[in-house]
Design a protein around this ligand. Structure first.
Ligand code: IPE
Ligand code: IPE
Ligand code: MG
Length: 238
């Protein structure tokens, strides 16, 4: 019998399907995004009981700027509203919140709220929630490489010391373990530039449910399935 996994420490979720969820109801896409944002609380709250210490969620990709101005502006407004509404509950639930992605392109008012929430929850440890906004795996690797190059040029890093482990320290996710499990909702079986470096050995679950319909009960089922998988990391298990 293959050895059973325990619950995954780090779960990453590509929260997809908000637009289709709204469309099915004859509503604008933003209606779906609002419904999707409401789902997040239930999933975060389920983490401690399910043994998930790190939860990373994909909220906006570096490619999502290609959407209409109305949708992009609506999403940015939604992020501000989400932080405003959820900050206290997150703090009180012991959630430490951090953001990954390039902040340079985000509005100052949003960046300020992100910084404040990170600071407010910096002492928490029950669940580590990472929210990816203007995040792209390739962009992250490129930005990490740029920082690393500056350190090499400045004499702070010896090129001979550049390896997998030192490189990881330059990524936005430097404080995170690699995801054990990546879940994508909405039935699409692709990773759309999410955590490219970090998911080298992650398990994947592509599930048909649209994100606004994804419940804690379904989350629990997906985690149970993870427990049945055998992870080999390139080795032969005896
Ligand atoms: C995911 O839902 C949320 C974001 C990308 C911001 P979508 O907006 O991609 O929903 P679909 O895929 O069009 O249904
Ligand atoms: C990935 O979903 C990004 C987020 C969930 C934030 P997309 O809907 O943007 O991905 P594609 O376009 O279907 O690959
Ligand atoms: Mg989508």
């Amino acid at each position: 019998m293959a050895k059973k996994n325990t619950s995954p420490d780090h779960v990453a979720i590509i929260m997809d399907g908000n637009g289709r969820w709204a469309q099915k109801r004859g509503k604008p896409r933003l209606f779906g995004h609002h419904a999707g944002a409401k789902r997040v609380r239930e999933i975060v709250e389920a983490c401690p009981t399910l043994g998930v210490k790190y939860l990373t969620i994909f909220a906006f990709s570096t490619e999502n700027w290609k959407r209409t101005q109305t949708e992009v502006a609506g999403l940015m407004r939604l992020f501000r509203r989400y932080i405003q509404r959820e900050a206290r509950a997150l703090f009180e639930a012991g959630v430490r919140v951090r953001f990954i992605g390039d902040r340079v392109r985000l509005e100052d008012s949003l960046v300020k709220m992100m910084d404040d929430l990170e600071l407010l929850t910096a002492g928490n440890d029950a669940v580590h929630l990472t929210i990816a906004i203007n995040y792209g795996g390739r962009d992250e690797v490129a930005r990490a490489t740029r920082r690393l190059a500056y350190d090499v040029a400045g004499g702070k890093l010896d090129p001979r010391d550049v390896n997998d482990e030192t490189f990881t320290r330059y990524l936005d996710t430097c404080y995170l373990p690699d995801p054990d499990l990546v879940i994508r909702t909405s039935g699409e079986a692709r990773i759309s530039n999410f955590l490219l470096w970090q998911s080298a050995y992650s398990e994947y679950e592509f599930i048909p449910t649209l994100w606004p319909d994804f419940t804690a009960a379904e989350f629990e089922k997906v985690l149970a399935k993870f427990g049945d998988r055998e992870r080999r990391f390139g080795a032969v298990l005896t």
